[in-house]
Design a protein around this ligand. Structure first.
Ligand SMILES: Nc1ncnc2c1ncn2[C@@H]1O[C@H](COP(=O)(O)OP(=O)(O)O)[C@@H](O)[C@H]1O
Ligand SMILES: [Mg+2]
Length: 290
């Protein structure tokens, strides 16, 4: 079965009106773009972004959040500046920094813009990855950028920067992940939330067919079944969400072209887990399936 997606006409019109894309959705997906579990997810993300709203992609690791952001940036024909949040994220990594440089042999202080200022000045997308990894006091710095003002006074230059048309913010969050802090309410308030689940069934099958070296239909079906069992086990509390990561599953699919699937699963999935109970669970599942 070949899944093809078609965007509703109203959404096509949004993209066309803004001369956003010459890339139909299905081409993007075939080229390794984000495969949505259903079309609503895309429609809602495109709608929100086209109305100038910030979107927050919420979902477990390896669910395709970063891929989704890249695909949106392609659909809107809009380059993307990225920030990767961590506990060390500071105003410089968001906004930029000052440095000494030379102009006609004269020493001058130059400001090197960071991703936030770059995206605002160029009117492009800004991707804020793992937004809940940042220390709670860092991000409020850009609250004004994230609301209707779309403005910030750059503390390094005292320049008031207002975002150019086309500026848009996509953030990603993996709630409850180790090292993360709950996202501050004022910050969360500034986003429209799009849940990004692990894909399954036909979608997952097509993703494996297009994104991995694995071509054997029977083996692909087994991996799809394995993933469905993982997801069920996550619901039942038998597995942590990370164990069901699509990223790891795709790695296992690739490896299994050359080495036996069981060993591929061992390397790509089982050996990453710390809990003996979880390892054993997947090991047994693999034994029965493969
Ligand atoms: N729905 C999906 N569509 C396309 N690729 C996906 C999807 N889910 C997972 N992947 C693949 O899994 C890997 C991890 O995706 P990524 O976007 O980095 O996940 P996240 O940012 O949610 O951790 C990538 O290789 C990506 O192509
Ligand atoms: Mg990511």
């Amino acid at each position: 079965m070949n899944l093809t997606y078609s965007l509703p006409e109203s959404i096509q019109a949004i993209l066309e009106k803004n001369k956003k894309t010459n890339n139909p959705l299905n081409t993007l997906i075939r080229q390794g773009g984000y495969m949505p579990p259903n079309i609503d997810l895309l429609v809602d993300a495109i709608t929100a972004l086209s109305m100038g709203k910030n979107i927050l992609l919420k979902g477990p690791t390896g669910a395709g959040k970063t891929k989704f952001a890249e695909t949106l940036s392609n659909l809107f024909n809009q380059p993307m500046f990225s920030v990767n949040c961590s506990v060390d994220l500071d105003s410089e990594s968001l906004l930029g920094f000052k440095t000494l440089s030379y102009e006609d042999e004269k020493q001058v202080i130059e400001f090197i813009p960071g991703p936030v200022i770059n995206a605002m000045k160029h009117g492009t997308f800004l991707y804020i990855d793992e937004i809940n990894m940042a220390k709670p006091e860092t991000l409020p710095l850009i609250n004004g950028v994230l609301d209707y003002r779309r403005t910030i006074t750059n503390p390094f230059t005292n320049e008031m920067v207002t975002a150019k048309d086309g500026f848009g913010v996509i953030a990603a969050i993996n709630e409850g992940y180790v090292g993360t802090v709950p996202l501050n309410e004022a910050l969360k308030n500034r986003f429209v939330v799009i849940e990004v689940p692990y894909i399954k069934g036909e979608q997952l099958k097509q993703l494996i067919q297009t994104n991995t070296e694995l071509k054997d239909d029977k083996t692909i079906d087994l991996f799809v079944k394995l993933s469905a069992d993982f997801i069920q086990a996550v619901y039942q509390g038998k597995l942590s969400e990370d164990a069901a990561s699509i990223r790891a599953l795709l790695d296992a699919c690739d490896l299994s072209v050359v080495i036996p699937p069981k060993r591929a699963i061992q390397r790509a999935i089982i050996d990453k887990l710390n809990e003996e109970r979880e390892r054993e669970f997947i090991y047994n599942l693999t034994e029965t399936l493969f």
